[in-house]
Design a binder for this molecule. Structure first.
Ligand SMILES: Cc1cc2nc3c(=O)[nH]c(=O)nc-3n(C[C@H](O)[C@H](O)[C@H](O)COP(=O)(O)OP(=O)(O)OC[C@H]3O[C@@H](n4cnc5c(N)ncnc54)[C@H](O)[C@@H]3O)c2cc1C
Length: 365
């Protein structure tokens, strides 16, 4: 069988894209090398904006909505941000991904486990991938296989117009901690003294998730430090389900023929929200119309690419702003957090954030 689209990777990006395409009437095969439910390094915190991006209701998977966030400054002092609307919704990532996969399947999509994607061959009007579980063909192949994408590696990047390997790696480590009263624990961020990074505490229903993140490759990101942090703030150094991951901040792609369509977004930041936005933008809002263009398929593809590039550029201002804001924060964390500690400042941002406003609308008048 030749599918309309094969999607490699059944994370949030792959299942969101798959759901949109199946709902639009396309035959979609979703592949993943892991068996579900699977553990993925992720704190499972979703902003209201991210929750709103789901094509279906996920409220049943939200274990807790946090209206309060404690920020610890590098000098050890702290302040609390409170907001009427939730600042963050806590889910368990394994459950969320399993639920999204179920929704994709019940909408009519097909899912297969493949241990390995060996090679990819592009034909005139289709693409075939050879896997450990046999060969699969489709008109289009979409890479949604995460930061260390195999599809990206298989694509001949010289054919793409922009740099496909702009993978800036940042590092994260997370774990679960059992505490007796998780409902009494606040969402917390604690910034490092001399390094660009922070610890977090994300409280769930029956446990809390703790993590450590740095923009630099640093020995700070270690299980020992994470355990010491848990000991200091939660009273126990016992961590379970410790998972670490280099996070690549880089693209998403689609390849097909003719035209060898390829995309890359060099400026995206990690996070579920941006994965959704990009996939939705393309799969739900642009692709179906353009690929069914009355002027033929090649024309439809070209149109899709240019409409997509234009639409994406509207997201770019926010992505760029958030990149600069992060750079300034990590360069001068003490100064930035002193400014953020001013109630009028953090209330303004907390309100905007909880309301799902883009950064540009919070920073600019
Ligand atoms: C420690 C940590 C904490 C985080 N916390 C948060 C958070 O609280 N909130 C938030 O919004 N974001 C968080 N993130 C970021 C978030 O996890 C990612 O942005 C998100 O998972 C990206 O989704 P994705 O679908 O693009 O990729 P992934 O979720 O990585 O999914 C990719 C899928 O592809 C599969 N795959 C990979 N290679 C192959 C292959 N060769 N063949 C077949 N399948 C393959 C994988 O098994 C996986 O299922 C965190 C990340 C880390 C590392």
């Amino acid at each position: 069988m030749t599918y309309d689209v094969i999607i490699a990777g059944a994370g949030p990006a792959g299942t969101a894209a798959g759901f949109d395409l199946v709902s639009a009437g396309y035959a979609v095969l979703l592949l993943d090398r892991q068996r579900f439910p699977r553990k993925k390094a992720c704190a499972g915190g979703l902003t209201s904006k991210a929750v709103a991006q789901y094509a279906y209701d996920i409220s049943g998977l939200i274990e807790r909505s946090c209206h309060e966030m404690v920020i610890h400054r590098p000098d050890g002092t702290s302040f609390v941000i409170r907001e009427r609307r939730p600042l963050c919704h806590m889910t368990r990532r394994a459950d969320l991904d399993q639920y999204c996969l179920n929704r994709f399947r019940s909408a009519g999509g097909q899912f297969r486990n493949v241990d390995r994607i060996r090679s990819m061959v592009q034909h005139d009007d289709s693409v075939t991938i050879h896997t450990s579980r046999g060969a699969f063909s489709a008109r289009y192949l979409m890479g949604a296989d995460g930061a260390n994408s195999r599809i990206r590696a298989l694509l001949n990047h010289k054919t793409l117009q922009t740099r496909p390997y702009c993978i800036h790696k940042i590092f994260g480590l997370e774990a679960d901690v059992r505490v007796s009263r998780p409902e009494q624990v606040s969402m917390t961020l604690a910034f490092f003294q001399n390094q660009p990074g922070y610890y977090w505490i994300f409280p769930k229903k029956t446990h809390v998730n703790v993590g450590i993140f740095s923009r630099a490759r640093t020995p700070m990101v270690s299980e020992k430090n994470l355990a010491a942090f848990a000991g200091r703030y939660l009273g126990t150094e016992h961590l379970s389900h410790v998972t670490g991951y280099p996070i690549g901040t880089g693209g998403g792609w689609l390849c097909g023929s003719p035209g060898r369509v390829g995309f890359f977004w060099p400026e995206t930041r990690p996070g579920l929200l941006n994965q959704f936005r990009r996939r939705h933008l393309f799969c739900r809002d642009i692709w179906p119309g353009c690929s069914n263009s009355c002027h033929g398929r090649v024309d439809g593809e070209k149109r899709a690419v240019s409409v997509y590039a234009r639409s994406l550029s509207r997201m770019r201002l926010d992505l760029t702003l958030s990149r600069y804001a992060a750079a300034v924060l990590y360069r001068w964390p003490g100064l930035c957090l002193n400014i953020a500690a001013i109630p009028a400042v953090h209330q303004h941002f907390a309100k905007g954030y909880a309301a799902g406003r883009p950064l540009s609308r919070m920073f600019l008048p």
